[in-house]
Design a protein. Structure first.
Length: 75
């Protein structure tokens, strides 16, 4: 995966997906440098390919992390 050097806010990324211009891989790649690195590790740790499907799984994983952090009062 070629890493993006420019990042966009949530609203912009969602709009690009809504229009069909981006898939989940672009959504993750243009989120932040931190997400790029975490996503690569996620794929390596789980032995999965870098693609739209695994990027969607990663976004769900990050959502679950946020939910748990909120339950603990850490977010």
């Amino acid at each position: 995966m070629e890493k993006a050097k420019e990042f966009y806010d949530e609203e912009y990324r969602i709009e690009k997906m809504r229009r069909g211009e981006w898939g989940w891989l672009e959504y993750v790649n243009y989120h932040s440098e931190e997400w790029q690195e975490e996503y690569i590790r996620y794929c390596q740790d789980n032995g999965i390919a870098v693609n739209d499907e695994s990027a969607a799984e990663f976004v769900n994983f990050k959502g679950d992390q946020l939910d748990r952090a909120m339950e603990r009062g850490d977010a």
